[in-house]
Design a protein around this ligand. Structure first.
Ligand code: NAD
Length: 365
């Protein structure tokens, strides 16, 4: 099987973290004999400078022609005063929409070596490893009618069977690769749209995924439980608005922005990107933390190449490297070894090599 990957390094630290991601991708592909081809394309401010648009048709068609897209980050002070449709961030929205990416996936995994970086107590946090599936193209952010006048403001919250079914399926499928639990978060005690959401999720569960443990939780309780006892969750499935809020809560309990990967999946296309932005304050200084990008490549192996064991090996390599006390500046604390982006990249590659060697010797035994 051959896979085509479109790489969009973007602006600021985007190219630096993309370099680390690509090195990991190449290393693993070579190790396991995966046939990969990839091509680089402009997107964001760099594309505006070259083409007067942040997303060209050529970049878009390279993405349409790919099995997976990797994006570094876009944006920067230089382009902030452009009209909205020419801003780098507008390209991001257009890309997500054009690729039909209806589910946004944000894992929140706590690495033991970084337990102290969170605002939660280590004993509450230790062992947390959850994934949030947020519906991305429907719900109250897109519903019509919408608007406001002098006396009132209004929005509409609508979900169709198809919209709920397709993201529920993705969440159940991923739960099957993980610990086999889905928590569907809604507000069915107050909202009819949530009663409908719940009905569709249960129908899909009964018909296709009865091996998965499903429970329902109201969103206010879910917010509380994420902070009280995050390790109870495996996969959280929820609508656009609730997912927007809960994924930021889950992200922050794990510590640094430089550690957080994401994936956005549609029926046909998939986009992988770190959660952070282009960090103009440290761009070009070899200081950026590449671990969010490297972890995003782990998600690509799990979700686009259907190799969750490789996704896990990449996570383990990150954990192992942190366990050797290597830290970029954003996660540095006393007693640790402060290293650059490129050294962190190389140290993760070394840890990966060790993991593959351990695996081979285990097989040989
Ligand atoms: P940011 O995520 O770029 O940076 C916030 C802070 O976190 C900065 O201090 C930065 O140095 C630090 N940081 C971020 N990523 C880091 C990493 N990998 N390693 C070490 N430190 C890191 O957010 P911002 O400053 O609000 O936005 C900067 C630009 O990025 C803006 O133009 C914004 O629109 C854009 N942005 C793009 C994306 C994207 O491409 N997906 C997401 C968010 C923001």
């Amino acid at each position: 099987m051959k896979y085509k990957i479109a790489l969009l390094p973007g602006d600021g630290i985007g190219p630096e973290v993309t370099d680390a991601a690509v090195k990991v991708l190449q290393f693993v592909a070579e190790k396991i004999g995966l046939d990969l081809s990839y091509s680089y394309h402009l997107m964001g401010g760099c594309s505006y400078d070259a083409n007067e648009t942040p997303l060209t048709d050529a970049t878009l068609s390279a993405c349409y022609d790919s099995d997976a897209v990797f994006l570094g980050a876009v944006g920067g002070i230089k382009w902030e005063t452009l009209p909205h449709h020419l801003k780098p961030e507008a390209a991001l929205l257009k890309l997500r929409k054009s690729l039909g990416l209806f589910s946004n996936i944000r894992p929140a995994k706590v690495y033991n070596a970084l337990l102290d970086a969170s605002s939660l107590r280590p004993e509450v946090l230790s062992g947390t490893d959850l994934v949030i599936f947020r519906e991305l193209t429907g719900g109250i952010y897109f519903g019509e009618p919408r608007g406001y006048d002098e006396n009132k403001g209004w929005n509409t919250l609508v979900y169709t069977t198809e919209e709920v079914e397709r993201i529920a399926r993705k969440a159940f499928e991923v739960a099957r690769q993980r610990r086999g639990m889905v928590t569907s978060v809604d507000k069915a005690n107050v909202l009819e749209s949530s009663q409908f959401w719940r009905k569709v999720v249960h129908q899909i569960h009964k018909e296709e995924f009865s091996d998965i443990k499903l429970n329902d939780m109201y969103v206010d309780n879910a917010a509380m439980q994420l902070v009280r006892n995050p390790k109870q969750f495996d996969v959280i499935l929820t609508q656009n608005l609730f997912g927007d809020i809960l994924s930021d809560v889950a992200a922050m309990i794990t510590g640094s922005l430089g550690m957080l990967p994401s994936a956005s999946l549609g029926e046909k296309y998939a986009l992988y990107e770190p959660v952070h932005g282009s960090a103009p304050d440290i761009a070009g200084q070899n200081k950026a933390n590449p671990l969010a990008s490297i972890a995003s490549i782990g998600l690509m192996f799990s979700y686009s190449f259907n190799l969750p064991e490789i996704g896990l090996a990449i996570e383990k390599a990150i954990e192992k490297t942190l366990g050797k006390n290597f830290r970029t500046a954003d996660i540095y604390s006393d007693g640790m070894t402060l290293i650059s982006t490129t050294i962190m990249r190389d140290e993760v590659l070394k840890s990966l090599e060790e993991i593959f060697e351990e695996k081979n010797s285990a097989v040989a035994v």
